[in-house]
Design a protein around this ligand. Structure first.
Ligand code: UDP
Ligand code: UDP
Length: 469
């Protein structure tokens, strides 16, 4: 029973969503769930693995099911036993990806029991989930949780690796994405330089698997990444590529407002329009203590107001450090009049839509970038890891802000000095052109997601295919 009727007689497809681990993956799936169950008239189930890796994921799932029920239901996805000790020192989120990948056969009974019209899997699980869905006769789509540029890299990377092997070339160099642009070697995710890395093995397998998907949804929009989206759709990146649905920026899930506004929101209320620099490097990477100190010095010397979310561990449950110790003696006291520094979880979407925020220093996790497009906040890009340099290039090309390319991963190009940070903040905050271009990106994002816009139509087309399946 893959579809059911509603009061208008139209069938309601039942779409099962399968996110992997980490907020960067869960957040866009939650947004997709709400978009599908709302304006697009689908029944939606979200398959979840418990316990989650981080507390943030667990809180987010609870809030999602509370806010979006009954249109969005939960399906428990059990994990097969998995011996993590064979991957010593591996990132806990990568380990969870691997555990879920090995449990893919358990999805079969889950899909059959749910009566799914279609499955949407996270990219990191794609190569193992696609065959299971096919075996059960369920159409299977992929949600790509990063940029279309990164999707092009994922689709093309296996061919790049094969060409290197055939030519006897060792190592990964610059990668020419056919029809898109060149990704310099320095922007290729660190792990991909090591063919034996768990991430590389998954990445190549998923890239090869993509051609077997019924379609790929990507959280971006035509006007923001025209080259990559067009090249993918025209088969230039990979000749047999399935249909691409650019459906972003996926919009916020409206959770019920907290009884009391959070302290940082009250603080923002008291600041002048567009005066605050918001600083966050995402939910899951720490910055070295030395770089943290330089950043602190830079924020202080910029003279601007700032709201800084400091993160010191990969998994939030492990974070026990004291802010005062991390940032150096007297820092918090010296900036008290014009800054708020916190180690806690913040509602970033609420911050980015607050009128007092004028600049976002961001690691360019893709969700953060899409949120900045939706709210028209200029980004000063400071990529740290993984796909973030590729995304930073999208930010700079797309007119969403600035990227000083030397500002990069920890350890490789050396420390970025406080003086340099301060100079760049002052320059971008004073740059009217940056503000104007960013407002243009925000308007284009709003047009894309409005009824009849490119992203709205793409999502409607996807739902139409689920309904006809
Ligand atoms: N986020 C948040 N509060 C925080 C940290 C992160 O709301 O304190 C959200 C952020 O808005 C985004 C997601 O968590 O939606 C993080 O995803 P992103 O792709 O930006 O980066 P990642 O954390 O995966 O590196
Ligand atoms: N990714 C991919 N293929 C894979 C695994 C990941 O294309 O097999 C993409 C995915 O979109 C992700 C990005 O690479 O957003 C970086 O992945 P990672 O897991 O390192 O970062 P996270 O998104 O968890 O912060």
């Amino acid at each position: 029973m893959p579809t059911s009727g509603d009061h208008t007689g139209a069938t309601r497809p039942h779409v099962v969503l399968l996110p992997s681990a980490g907020m960067g993956h869960l957040v866009p799936f939650g947004r997709l769930a709400v978009a599908l169950s709302g304006a697009h008239g689908c029944d939606v189930s979200v398959a979840a693995v418990l316990p989650t890796v981080s507390s943030a994921e667990s809180n987010h799932l609870d809030a999602l099911f509370a806010a979006a029920s009954p249109g969005v239901r939960r399906l428990d996805f059990p994990l097969a036993p998995f011996d993590e000790s064979q991957f010593p020192n591996a990132d806990p989120f990568f380990l969870r990806f691997e555990a879920m990948r090995r449990s893919a056969p358990l999805l079969g009974p889950l899909l059959a029991g749910a009566g799914a019209s279609a499955l949407v899997t996270d990219i990191v699980l794609a190569s193992v989930v696609l065959p299971v869905a096919r075996e059960h006769g369920v159409p299977c789509y992929v949600l790509f949780t990063s940029s279309a540029a990164m999707l092009s890299l994922c689709a093309h990377f296996p061919a790049h690796v094969d060409a290197n092997a055939a030519a006897g070339r060792a190592g990964v160099g610059d990668v020419d994405l056919p029809g898109v642009y060149r990704v310099p070697k320095s922007s290729v995710p660190q792990a991909l330089h090591d063919p034996k890395h768990l991430f590389t093995q998954q990445f190549v397998a998923n890239g090869r698997g993509l051609v077997h998907a019924d379609g790929v949804l990507v959280n971006t929009f035509d006007a923001f990444e025209p080259e990559a989206i067009t090249a993918l759709r025209e088969g230039k990146v990979e000749p047999n590529f399935p249909p691409v649905f650019a459906v972003g920026p996926l919009l916020l899930v409206k959770f019920p407002p907290a009884k009391e506004p959070a302290g940082y929101m009250r603080w923002l209320d008291a600041q002048p329009a567009r005066s605050v620099v918001y600083v966050s490097f995402g939910s899951r990477k720490a910055i070295s203590p030395e770089q943290l100190r330089e950043l602190a010095a830079g924020l202080e010397a910029s003279g601007h107001r700032f709201l800084w979310v400091v993160k010191t561990t990969v998994v939030d449950r492990d974070d026990a450090a004291e802010l005062g110790d991390l940032l150096g003696d007297g820092f918090l006291e010296r900036v008290e009049e014009r800054a708020l520094v916190t180690k806690g979880w913040v509602e970033q979407e609420e911050i980015l839509q607050h009128g007092s925020v004028g600049l976002f220093i961001s690691h360019c996790g893709w969700n953060s970038v899409t949120e900045a497009t939706a709210f028209g906040v200029p980004v000063l890009a400071w990529p740290r890891f993984g796909d973030q340099r590729v995304n930073a290039a999208v930010v700079a090309r797309g007119g969403l802000g600035a990227w000083e390319e030397r500002w990069s991963w920890d350890g490789e190009e050396g420390l970025v000095s406080g003086e340099e940070v301060a100079g760049k903040i002052k320059a971008v905050m004073a740059d009217e052109t940056v503000m104007k271009k960013t407002a243009g990106v925000r308007d284009a994002a709003a047009a894309a997601t409005a009824n009849g816009g490119t992203s709205y139509r793409s999502l409607a087309e996807f739902v139409g295919r689920c309904r006809d399946a």
